[in-house]
Design a protein around this ligand. Structure first.
Ligand code: SAH
Length: 347
């Protein structure tokens, strides 16, 4: 690949320094930043001098990604996207429409190295981290796709990859997403989902970003969690909960726990009671997910009655819990499924 500079990775200050090094006046930085964050190509940046546009085109990249495939669901408004990176890697994102507007689920890495037993994203390991600008490009490309139908208002970091395993670029991405001259998306409309990297959670608390933290818990105790999530061997639930409590205390934000109900493993009433004990007194919500079946994995989803009973047990114990609506099940809605099917079609 060429060594062109990807400008959308840069903060307004960094962009200013870069333009200064080209002998450009300071006010150009704001203009260029605004264009870049609208997803506009150098050639169409109307208020920049033609000579600068030509120079940027030769030495820099405006948008480091392109939409490769679009898969609208036939059952609901969900749309799955495959994006092509400049180095040929492909990643995926999912657009969902809610009453409050469009929400985009983005990938943070090409693949994932966390090794969760139920997840398709991790089957081939992690190829590389995505840069902040690549994550932003996912949003910009989907905005372009939507056109006058609307804009992405909510972003969830729940696609392929572990956001806290790509900490620096993810935090840079969050700040760029919130830039008034850019997309200006409120971080209150952003959820970051992690399998529970405790050090990362503690660091994130120190950034003072009002994102909603989502913890993929999936088990009420370490014994069960270790069977399906290797990360549980590094960080026991007690340490995870301590970091989560500190995050809630530090940010004042409610935390969400993701819990995929797996037949014969974590979905019995005793597990619901155990989970309620674990979460008691914490400002939180539990998102119950009927497991999405992945061909390569032996794990089966719990029966719908078991899911309902689990929710009712939690509610009876005064833990707020909802069952996540299944969206886009016909288009490989679960993380990593579509990318994986393409990887295998290629071989
Ligand atoms: N690495 C991050 C974010 C990506 S996964 C994390 O672990 O949170 C997004 C969510 O989908 C996580 O809660 C993950 O555990 C869940 N998930 C992955 N595969 C799934 C499957 N087959 N069925 C249901 N949920 C799944």
């Amino acid at each position: 690949m060429d060594d062109k500079r990807v400008l959308i990775d840069l903060t307004p200050e960094e962009l200013g320094d870069f333009l200064k090094s080209l002998g450009q006046p300071a006010f150009r930085a704001g203009q260029l930043f605004t264009w870049l964050h609208k997803g506009v190509a150098f050639a169409d940046m109307g208020n920049l001098p033609a000579s600068l546009r030509a120079q940027l085109e030769e030495t820099c990249v405006d948008l480091p990604m392109a939409i490769q495939e679009v898969h609208p669901s036939k059952r609901d408004d969900t749309v799955k996207f495959l994006f092509a990176c400049r180095d040929g890697n492909i990643i995926e994102g999912v657009l969902m429409r809610y009453r409050y507007g469009y929400s985009l689920c983005i990938s943070t890495q090409v693949g994932c190295r966390m090794g969760c037993a139920f997840c398709a994203s991790t089957l081939e390991g992690c190829v590389r981290n995505l840069s902040a600008g690549e994550m932003l490009s996912e949003v910009l490309l989907v905005n372009r796709f939507l056109g006058d139908r609307g804009k992405v208002g909510h972003v969830v970091l729940m696609g392929s990859g572990e956001p806290l395993d790509n900490y620096d670029q993810v935090v840079r991405f969050l700040r760029l997403l919130n830039e008034p001259k850019g997309l200006n998306i409120s971080l209150r409309n952003v959820s970051l989902s992690t399998c529970g990297l405790v050090e990362g959670i503690r660091r994130l608390e120190g950034e003072h970003l009002p994102v909603t933290l989502s913890i993929s818990l999936h088990a009420p105790n370490d014994e069960i969690r270790r069977q399906i999530m290797p990360v549980a061997r590094a960080w026991p639930i007690a340490q995870l909960m301590e970091a989560v409590r500190a995050y809630v205390a530090g940010t004042g934000r409610r935390v969400v726990f993701e819990y995929a109900l797996i037949d014969g493993l974590n979905s019995r009433p005793t597990h619901a009671h155990e989970l309620a004990r674990l979460l008691r007194g914490l400002q939180c919500h539990v998102n119950l997910i009927p497991l999405n079946y992945v061909d390569e994995r032996r794990l089966r989803p719990a029966a719908p009655e078991a899911v309902r009973a689990f929710q009712q047990t939690l509610e009876a114990e005064h833990i707020s819990a909802t069952v996540r609506r299944e969206m886009g099940a016909d288009i490989g809605g679960a993380c990593g499924q579509l990318r994986r099917s393409r990887l295998h079609a290629q071989t």
